[in-house]
Design a protein around this ligand. Structure first.
Ligand SMILES: *Cc1c(COP(=O)(O)O)cnc(C)c1O
Length: 483
């Protein structure tokens, strides 16, 4: 027999000193986080770290863990764009709550698997309670609703769209003639998910948006009518609550009416804008969302959660489970029926206890805090628009919606054909300087700076100082451009 000592745990080697080391990493991080405002946003371009990590290899004997951990902190964790920096104003990234970090660490230490109720009953109940809380915010009947925590909006969208396919289509007859619809402002994960579901490119219809970047209902209806008359089977429409580009919200009441008329599943991608439902003031912007069949909502976007924390919430648990339950013989002993097992509610089987992060946050901070963050984000976004409007070289391309704002550099005396290049150069100079971080997007053919002000630590002072800072960069740029 192979004489081998138990090697996999080596728990005897994890002594108090090492626990002290781990606590030190945590306290370093907390300090870094507390002083983030004083740091440069952009710490990318650390070529030394890239070279060092690229040069590492594996060895047979292993090596001292302290060395490994220290080199990771220095070369990996502290070598990234600071997405949680209060003046990181791009993409859809948020600040994180310390309570969610603690929840996350505990979930990892105890290594809970939320695949089934019987593996961790109270963890499942916590997930159910959060799904129910969010279903109520959407306006679904909480007795009938269900849902699941997933890795992100991309997987949440895919899950909702698979439920659509399984509930609306007969595989033999309908699948080859099925058609799915979304708008030209939908997130890339929507069309990607449609492809992954097995739809051909000609089965995916991208409907143009209007001047407010909302899906055009006249064009959608015309397309539906045309497709139905051609003998096709429209079965899915995906609207967005908070588009990635401009924060626009599609007209859900009208979409729902068409979904009903053509017997389609209606999914809402609220990955980013879903969190406006925490706000008593702004939830009204998403009228008609309760008419959807399923709703994606990332809490790692605008609700203080670290990656990854997303949900997809469904109106009708019977229809939902119909898409995802299988009954393998090796799971019969752990299956039970009163609570739905995680594996019957979505794509994944083994799953980390993602819900604990949001649970810890809401329990510690209360629900008002999440509403405050959303309300303050809206305030800051309007403030930024006001500050920009004080100078005549800024042009607003898409006004505030879901705390997103798009503007470009459009100075008098310089030809409009140069604005794209000017705006690109501006973004590059802002990011090189590292005081703030602002990326660009293109809207209706115009290059814009796009900001998304959903970080709970971004203050109005940050906004005012950032506009002053970018005014300086803009003025230099205009001067050198005119020469
Ligand atoms: C971010 C985002 C997604 C994708 O979510 P991930 O969590 O990054 O997978 C989908 N839709 C919208 C509108 C988003 O903003």
């Amino acid at each position: 027999m192979l004489d081998r000592k138990q090697y996999d745990l080596e728990m005897d080697k994890v002594n108090k000193d090492q626990i002290g080391e781990i606590a030190k990493y945590l306290s370093n991080f907390i300090e870094l986080n507390a002083n983030m405002r004083d740091q440069k946003v952009n710490t990318l371009g650390n070529e030394e770290a890239v070279k060092y990590i690229s040069s590492l290899t594996f060895n047979r004997e292993g090596r001292d863990f302290k060395e490994v951990a220290d080199e990771m902190v220095k070369n990996v964790f502290e070598c990234q764009t600071l997405l949680q920096h209060p003046r990181y104003l791009s993409l859809v990234c948020c600040s994180i709550s310390p309570y969610s970090i603690i929840g996350s660490v505990l979930a990892d230490i105890y290594n809970i698997n939320t695949a089934a109720y019987n593996m961790a009953p109270t963890a499942t109940i916590i997930e159910e309670k959060l799904i129910s809380f969010m279903a109520e915010r959407i306006g679904f009947d909480t007795k009938k609703a269900t849902g699941v925590f997933t890795s992100g909006g991309s997987l949440s969208n895919l899950t909702g769209m698979i439920a659509a396919r399984e509930n609306k289509l007969n595989h033999n007859k309908d699948l080859p003639i099925a058609v799915a619809y979304t708008s030209d402002q939908a997130h890339s994960s929507v069309v990607k998910g449609m492809k992954m579901m097995g739809l051909r490119p000609d089965q995916i219809k991208v409907i143009p948006s209007d001047d407010a970047f909302k899906m055009r209902m006249d064009l959608l209806e015309a397309e539906l009518e045309k497709d139905k008359n051609a003998g096709l089977r429209p079965f899915l429409i995906v609207g967005t609550c908070g588009t990635t580009n401009t924060g626009s919200i599609d007209p859900f009441c009208e979409i729902a009416e068409l979904a009903e008329k053509y017997d389609m599943w209606f999914h809402i991608d609220g990955a980013y804008g879903g969190s406006i439902l925490f706000s008593d003031i702004y939830n009204n912007l998403a009228k008609g969302r309760e008419l959807a069949d399923s709703f994606s909502w990332d809490t790692h976007k605008w609700a203080l959660q670290p990656y990854s924390s997303s949900t997809v919430i469904a109106k009708d648990r019977d229809k939902w489970v119909n898409a995802f339950n299988e009954h393998p013989e090796y799971l019969e002993d752990v299956r039970q029926s009163e609570h739905l097992d995680g594996w019957d509610r979505g794509v994944e089987m083994s799953r980390p206890f993602r819900a604990v992060k949001l649970w810890a946050t809401i329990q510690a901070l209360g629900t008002d805090k999440l509403a405050d963050i959303v309300d303050y984000s809206f305030f800051n976004c309007s403030l930024m628009e006001k500050e920009l409007n004080k100078k005549d070289y800024w042009q607003i391309i898409a006004p505030p919606s879901c705390a997103a704002l798009n503007f470009r550099l459009a100075p008098k005396g310089i030809d409009e054909s140069e604005y794209d290049e000017l705006t690109n150069m501006l973004s590059k100079r802002i990011n090189d300087a590292g005081y703030a971080y602002i990326l660009t997007t293109t809207l209706k053919g115009k290059k814009c700076c796009r900001v998304c002000l959903i970080n709970g630590n971004t203050t109005s002072e940050d906004i005012i100082n950032t506009v002053e800072h970018i005014n300086g960069i803009a003025e230099d740029l205009i001067k050198s451009f005119k020469k």
